[in-house]
Design a protein around this ligand. Structure first.
Ligand SMILES: Nc1ncnc2c1ncn2[C@@H]1O[C@H](COP(=O)(O)OP(=O)(O)OP(=O)(O)O)[C@@H](O)[C@H]1O
Length: 228
């Protein structure tokens, strides 16, 4: 499903953020990416949806090499990948419904399909009653649920989340994990970078630990493994 082969990333300022990453993530897996601050987790995640282009190596997602992708083909591949951010990145002037619908409008789905799909995902994240609200009228947890709804409305086979619970209190964070689990149960592959020790140690999954831009540990049902 996702295969990284000898992936290196050096930023223009000379920082070597990834130093030879090799990994394979199977369809339907749920993977935590952990490691100290500055280890390269975000860079790893960003390369996975071609927000950053690796300096060397290949990243195959369903057979497409993201490292070789031409700029004009990026949007098409991004549709296969839902992305969830720590800071939600909702459009403040659009309602909840409009924020989620946006991804479908871009690909010119019919208004009927848009209404149906948006309502479906808003039901999944339990926010149908907030469809007409604006992001600043919602709590942090609700905003993150909108952002998850937006990430899956295209039905991508892969959902990538970079510290999705980083801005949320512990109880709200668990609610977000329940939704990501539901998405995984419905068949999507989920890759999530996190500093949340409790979540990793409670919801045992595959853990990939990155330090100094290298994978230093890769365990099924792994532990967080760092002090917080
Ligand atoms: N756009 C950039 N330009 C230059 N250097 C960068 C850039 N983004 C990240 N870096 C550097 O690359 C290294 C890896 O950063 P990255 O954000 O991937 O780490 P991280 O593990 O996600 O950290 P954190 O847990 O603090 O979010 C760090 O040294 C960081 O300073």
């Amino acid at each position: 499903m996702i295969e990284m082969k000898d992936v290196w990333k050096t930023y223009p300022n000379g920082v070597m953020a990834l130093n030879g990453i090799d990994t394979y993530i199977e369809k339907g897996e749920f993977v935590y990416v952990v490691g100290p601050s500055g280890a390269g987790k975000s860079t790893f995640i960003k390369c996975m949806y071609r927000e950053e282009k690796p300096t060397k190596g290949s990243i195959l997602i369903q057979g497409t090499d993201l490292a070789k992708l031409r700029e004009r083909n990026i949007p098409k591949v991004r549709r296969k990948i839902g992305v969830v951010f720590q800071d939600f990145k909702l459009l403040p002037k659009l309602t909840v419904f409009e924020n989620v619908a946006f991804a479908l409008e871009v690909i010119e789905e019919s208004p009927r399909t848009i209404r149906k799909r948006v309502n479906e995902v808003l039901d999944l994240v339990k926010l149908r009653d907030k469809a007409k609200s604006f992001p600043d009228e919602l709590s942090g947890g609700e905003q993150q649920r909108v952002s998850i709804a937006r990430s899956i409305v295209n039905r991508p086979p892969v959902v990538i989340a970079d510290e999705p619970t980083g801005n949320l209190d512990p109880e709200t964070a668990w609610g977000i994990m329940d939704i990501l689990q539901e998405i995984n149960d419905r068949g999507a592959t989920v890759v999530m970078a996190t500093h949340n020790k409790d979540i990793v140690n409670t919801r045992k999954k595959r853990v990939i630990a990155i330090e100094g831009g290298r994978i230093v540990r890769d365990e099924q049902k792994g532990e967080y493994g760092y002090e917080v």
